[in-house]
Design a protein around this ligand. Structure first.
Ligand code: HSE
Length: 430
């Protein structure tokens, strides 16, 4: 039995979860890996803070730097949150030749190019299973199990909070704020859920998946990101009526010439598609590889135990890497692929307009769409006698995204249009 010392940086929900998980399953992990993992030091910001699981004070420090100087610590588990201190910690860990396990998606998405260059030059892998979809082993699958595949597409529901809110708005017709309050009271949403709601939590995870699958670093400015605040209950109801569900979907699609189209945003997906049945806080990822075909992953993307499960898996990998330094892929490494401008792609759209109920409204809208060569597949109208406002929902045929967006900007400024149009992509997964 080998003993490996761990320095744990961060003792919030996930950090404490790792501590608890090692207490609960450390013996099992030792039997399976031949390694006894011992948490030797815990760095946390405020040792006086009352916590559901108190950290043992004899190994607590308020300085993460202390983890670097302990020669018996070989692995640093970074679960601090934020990006500035964790980046400094990672640089310091490479310099001290300690392996890092992290769950910090924002850190990796924003500084991945630097971190993986450090990893490559130091020949020390970074482990980050907990950063994407919590307990679902998607990083390991893309990095190892599917290594012989070209990835044709990866679609993901990667933010549990948004998915919970959308599920409640769909099933119980709650409004957005009620659903958010419920998610917060049940402990699913963060106290400050802005990154969940504006799409950036999912975007960070999408950047990691895309970079890993396609071998080049995707920048935060390379992708189009929208959250779930851009539409209303009305859209959820219209989508249902038309046979769709609205989901916050991450899409990574390969095009010829190694161009990769990446987007994160609310989309309509057919109610019969398997991803439409992913509800509540659950995450799902649908991978299509040229060899494996379609493969679906489903599970808990957040929470103390699922995330700790991912960290424990990484600890086992890191232990293997300690005894066999060639084990562990260095991560994305400028091999192939480049970003495709999403505006140059083809997609069908759902468009909802609130317009004055008056003659020639449809003619004006149809004329702008017609000039842009965008076909209308169907039209639903709700409410209104003459003189009142009505909702018009148009299902638009597949067209160049940039052309559709430009046409909608023209429609938005017509005098008969009373509210900002809602434009949502429709995804048929073909
Ligand atoms: N807040 C995230 C979610 C969990 O709701 O999925 C951590 O990424």
């Amino acid at each position: 039995m080998v003993s490996v010392g761990i320095g744990l940086a961060g003792f919030g929900t996930v950090g404490a979860g790792v501590f608890r998980a090692l207490k609960q399953n450390g013996d099992l992990l030792a039997q399976r890996t031949g390694t006894h993992f011992e948490i030797r030091r815990i760095a946390l910001r405020d040792p006086t803070k009352s916590r559901p699981l108190p950290a043992p004070l004899e190994i607590v420090t308020t300085r993460w730097q202390d983890l670097m100087t302990d020669p018996k610590i070989s692995i640093i588990v970074e679960l601090m949150g934020g990006t500035v201190e964790p980046l400094a910690l990672l640089r310091s860990a490479f310099a001290a030749r300690k392996l890092v396990v992290t769950g910090n998606k924002a850190l990796l998405a924003e500084h991945g190019a630097e971190i993986f260059e450090l990893s490559r030059s130091a020949n020390m892998p970074v482990f980050y299973e907990a950063a994407v979809a919590g307990g679902v082993p998607i990083i390991k699958s893309i990095r190892e199990a599917f290594i012989g595949n070209r990835f044709e597409s990866i679609y993901g529901i990667l933010n549990g909070t948004s998915n919970y809110i959308l599920s409640r708005m769909t099933e119980s017709e709650m409004d957005f704020h009620q659903a958010l309050r419920e998610a917060q009271s049940r402990g699913f949403a963060e106290a400050d859920p802005s990154l969940d709601l504006n799409g950036w939590d999912a975007a960070h995870k999408t950047i990691l998946l895309a970079s890993l699958a396609h071998g080049f670093w995707v920048g935060t400015c390379d992708i189009k990101v929208e959250g779930i605040e851009t539409f209303s209950n009305l859209d959820i109801r219209f989508a249902r009526q038309l046979g769709y569900r609205i989901k916050l979907l991450s899409s990574i699609r390969s095009h010829p010439d190694r161009e990769i189209e990446i987007s994160v945003g609310p989309v309509l997906i057919p109610a019969s598609h398997i991803l439409a049945s992913v509800n509540g806080v659950f995450n799902a990822i649908l991978v299509r590889g040229d060899m494996v075909g379609e493969s679906l992953f489903y599970g808990r993307g957040a929470g103390e135990s699922p995330t700790a499960s991912a960290v424990l898996g990484n600890l086992a990998e890191a232990a293997l890497s300690l005894s066999s330094p060639t084990y562990g892929s260095p991560g994305p490494h400028n091999l192939y692929g480049r970003i495709k401008n999403p505006d140059s792609c083809l997609a069908p759209f759902y468009l909802r307009l609130v317009v004055n109920s008056q003659p020639k409204v449809l003619t004006q809208i149809a004329s702008i769409l017609g000039d842009a060569k965008i076909g209308i597949m169907s039209l639903v109208q709700s409410g209104g006698q003459d003189g009142h406002q009505i909702s018009l929902v148009l299902m638009l045929q597949k067209a160049v995204v940039g052309v559709t967006r430009k046409a909608i900007r023209q429609i938005a400024v017509l005098p008969c249009v009373r509210e900002k149009p809602v434009l949502l992509r429709v995804e048929h997964f073909v």
